[in-house]
Design a protein around this ligand. Structure first.
Ligand SMILES: Nc1ncnc2c1ncn2[C@@H]1O[C@H](COP(=O)(O)OP(=O)(O)O)[C@@H](O)[C@H]1O
Ligand SMILES: C=C(OP(=O)(O)O)C(=O)O
Length: 366
């Protein structure tokens, strides 16, 4: 957990005073499952008034960071700051992208990219001043991690990184990232500065692209869709993905799920409150919404394949590429179509003029 927090300097520690919030983690000690409403031997309890969180019956580091994230979803909107379950990165020109998505949809993988500055992989705030990371580190899934596909995450696994639930050879200490015998949810927790192009401090201007990630297991969602503001809100409030084997226990086959604001477990107020704040910020700062499918194509899970990471990266590159060149080329080609078709508009196609008009209007509209 220390790795994933913003660590105070020795000077700041001297003047630290009383903590704002205290986590009591007794992960080895189970909760009493016979307590009213308790469904397992694991419990995570937050008392906002007492500013305390108690964790029982789980040693998963994710509960600490995500527990505090829930708290931020309560505290930040009260200060008119929007809390976001998203990754974020920034291009060389200062263009910021947010990657919303449920666990396993690609927030960490896609925000960590050698061509762009990493702001953070999971928990952000969007205020009047721009986007900022809540955390000081990343929590990457490392099941089947490979140097070729995710070089930055691979290289971040060095002295000082904590590997959780991985299996390794006790003699050589070599990790087998393909071994899922403890769980599929193997993790690497590292300070954000272990990613070479992380932007420190992790603050950035307002977002230009809001990318909603969905890992669709039905194979019907297009790889990418451009959304207008209303569509962005629709998908933000819906929070669709397929749960894949990984973070949540008991998921063997992908299952469709909807989790409001891509974080139903963390939000403390009605989803529409966060959606209204997001809409206002997107409008004010001219951000464009996108829905990117990082799941299956060519058929549902079992028939088709998961879209290759390299293709998703190219799609996201294209979203953020020079839109002016694209627009100019589009207009050029559209005018060639128009010029060519002008020759046909003097003919009557079919029985009456109506059909001709319909056909002409089916061409490019400027
Ligand atoms: N097309 C794809 N886009 C993004 N991730 C993919 C893709 N195909 C496979 N993956 C894998 O899916 C996982 C995504 O996990 P992660 O980035 O940690 O998600 P999140 O941060 O949203 O929980 C990684 O293991 C990644 O290698
Ligand atoms: C840490 C978590 O988030 P993510 O899987 O999105 O990294 C989690 O959901 O347990």
């Amino acid at each position: 957990m220390h790795n994933m927090c913003i660590r105070p300097t020795p000077k700041e520690l001297e003047e630290f005073g009383t903590p704002d919030f205290t986590i009591y983690n007794a992960g080895l000690f189970p909760c009493n499952r016979y307590t009213h409403y308790m469904t397992s031997s694991t419990s995570i309890d937050i008392n906002i008034a007492r500013k305390e969180m108690v964790i029982l019956g789980t040693q998963y580091a994710g509960e600490m960071k995500k527990g505090l994230f829930g708290l931020m979803h309560y505290l930040m909107p009260k200060r008119y700051i929007l809390s976001l379950h998203s990754g974020s990165n920034m291009g060389k020109d200062g263009d910021v992208a947010l990657f919303f998505g449920l666990s396993g949809t690609g927030k960490t993988t896609l925000s960590t990219y050698q061509n762009r500055y990493l702001i953070g992989d999971d928990e952000h705030c969007w205020s009047e001043n721009g986007v900022s990371n809540i955390e000081g580190g990343c929590y990457a899934k490392c099941v089947d991690l490979s140097k070729d596909k995710e070089p930055d995450i691979w290289n971040a696994i060095k002295f000082g990184t904590v590997l959780e639930n991985v299996v390794f050879d006790e003699h050589t200490r070599e990790v087998d990232f393909s071994d899922k015998s403890v769980t599929e949810n193997t993790r690497a927790a590292y300070p954000i500065e272990y990613i070479p192009n992380a932007k420190i401090p992790c603050v950035a201007p307002h977002a230009k692209n809001v990318i909603l990630l969905a890992c669709d297991a039905f194979g019907v969602l297009p790889p990418v869709s451009k959304l207008n503001l209303a569509q962005t809100m629709y998908h933000f409030i819906s929070g669709y993905t397929a749960l894949v084997a990984g973070t949540e226990d008991g998921i063997k086959e992908p299952q469709a799920t909807f989790s409001a604001c891509f974080g139903a477990a963390f939000i403390m107020m009605p989803p529409t409150k966060y959606a209204a704040m997001l809409a206002e910020k997107m409008q004010k700062h001219g951000a464009t919404g996108w829905l990117v499918n990082t799941g299956w194509s060519g058929g549902s899970h079992g028939l088709g394949n998961r879209i290759k990471l390299a293709y998703t990266r190219k799609i996201i590159d294209a979203i953020q590429s020079d839109k002016k060149t694209y627009q100019d080329t589009l207009l050029k080609l559209a005018s060639l179509f128009k010029k060519n078709f002008d020759g046909f508009t003097t003919y009557k196609i079919g029985g009456d003029q109506k059909l001709t008009e319909e056909i002409v209007s089916a061409g490019p509209i400027f």
